[in-house]
Design a protein around this ligand. Structure first.
Ligand SMILES: Nc1nc2c(ncn2[C@@H]2O[C@H](COP(=O)(O)OP(=O)(O)OP(=O)(O)O)[C@@H](O)[C@H]2O)c(=O)[nH]1
Ligand SMILES: [Mg+2]
Length: 343
């Protein structure tokens, strides 16, 4: 079970630029004084939190970060330009450790939003700095210092954005395995899933959210039937609930099952039913069109958002993920506002 996102990356700050060796050249002045400028400082590597991010997935595609070097100094006492800092954006809650020793280096949160991971090397002095009464024409310069480099390990405890609920066999694990790289066990018997599973849905660059699959709910779950309802605490903090309903056995059965699961959720905590919700009618590949339409109408009359899908063939999943993503973003923005307000 993997509740933690982990990546290893390499960072290197920029090297300092070298100092210059140069002498003034002026007409009628045969031997001008030294005028070599200093090198610029190398850019730092800086970690900064970005509340819009919530996984470390982007680091799967990019693992090397190198900041810009400082420029060398030049004649006429011109100093080299400093290298630009490289800012690496990470989700709040990211923990940075030394890859080799495992030592905790930084814990990036709203209270500690920024951390310098590697310092750029300082620039070297130009020969102008070395002139003395006894050596008025120094022909040497100082080299820039190398930028710090480090192997780091980033860790993030995943919090699910979308919680999947539904009766046993509704197809929750099938859906999770279809839209994330998680590989939960799938079988045609109830209670295949015994512990919650998490997966990251990646829609594109930095557009991702975390989905949690939990065991199926049956009538009486709040009194301990089936797997009980204790595991519902895993979706206490999710932004959105995705309720999966099997439509392959007709609309009446589907609605009855929906109501049973909803009642169990209510017994657990009233807040859960106040969350943003989408109902996905699953297994449309083996359902009759008429039944799908009826179930959809019944639920929509109650003001519920309904999307027919097949977790198996993939029908309807593009739209479902898009809508989930937009809901997640909306709730995340509200939450971010609350967190800022409270501190
Ligand atoms: N035809 C069809 N079968 C599906 C679909 N989705 C899931 N199934 C099948 O339904 C059965 C149950 O799927 P699971 O994904 O294990 O269901 P679950 O909701 O995770 O079940 P529990 O973990 O027991 O709560 C499996 O045999 C799946 O192959 C679908 O869209 N179409
Ligand atoms: Mg399952």
């Amino acid at each position: 079970m993997n509740f933690v996102d982990e990546v290893e990356i390499f960072v290197k700050a920029g090297d300092g630029g070298n100092g210059a060796v140069s002498f003034r050249r002026e007409k009628y002045v045969p031997r001008g004084g030294p005028d070599g400028g200093d090198g610029g400082r190398g850019g730092n590597i800086i970690f900064r939190i970005d509340p819009g991010l919530n996984t470390l997935q982007p680091f799967r595609h990019k693992r090397r970060f190198v900041a810009e070097n400082g420029k060398a100094g030049r004649g006429k006492n011109q100093h080299g330009r400093s290298g630009k800092d490289l800012v690496i954006r990470v989700p709040p809650g990211t923990i940075v450790k030394d890859k080799e020793t495992g030592l905790l280096l930084s814990d990036l949160t709203y209270e500690n939003p920024e951390w310098i991971a590697a310092r750029g090397g300082r620039g070297g002095k130009g020969n102008a700095r070395f002139a003395t009464p006894t050596n008025q024409a120094p022909r040497f310069f100082q080299e820039g210092k190398k930028g710090q480099e480090r192997q780091l390990k980033l860790e993030l405890k995943l919090l699910a954005d979308v919680g999947l609920v539904g009766a046993p066999n509704a197809g929750k694990s099938t859906l999770l395995s279809r839209v994330t790289s998680a590989r939960p066990k799938i079988a045609d018997y109830p209670f295949t899933t015994l512990v919650p599973q998490l997966g990251v849905v990646e829609l594109g660059e930095e557009r991702s959210f975390v989905m949690a699959d939990i065991p199926g709910l049956i009538k009486g779950a709040h009194q301990g039937a089936g797997m009980g309802i204790d595991f519902l605490r895993h979706i206490d903090r999710t932004a959105v609930v995705l309720h999966l309903v099997d439509i392959s056995e007709g609309h009446e059965r589907a609605i009855a099952t929906y109501d049973t699961v909803k009642n169990e959720l209510l017994s657990y905590q009233k807040d859960i039913v106040e969350k943003e919700q989408i109902v996905a009618l699953n297994k449309i590949d083996v359902a009759r069109e008429k039944e799908i339409v009826k179930a959809k109408e019944t639920l929509e009359k109650r003001g519920i958002r309904v999307i027919p899908i097949s977790a198996y063939t993939g029908q309807g999943l593009g739209r479902l993920l898009d809508e989930l993503y937009h809901l997640v973003i909306r709730v995340r923005k509200e939450k971010e506002f609350d967190e800022r307000e409270s501190f």
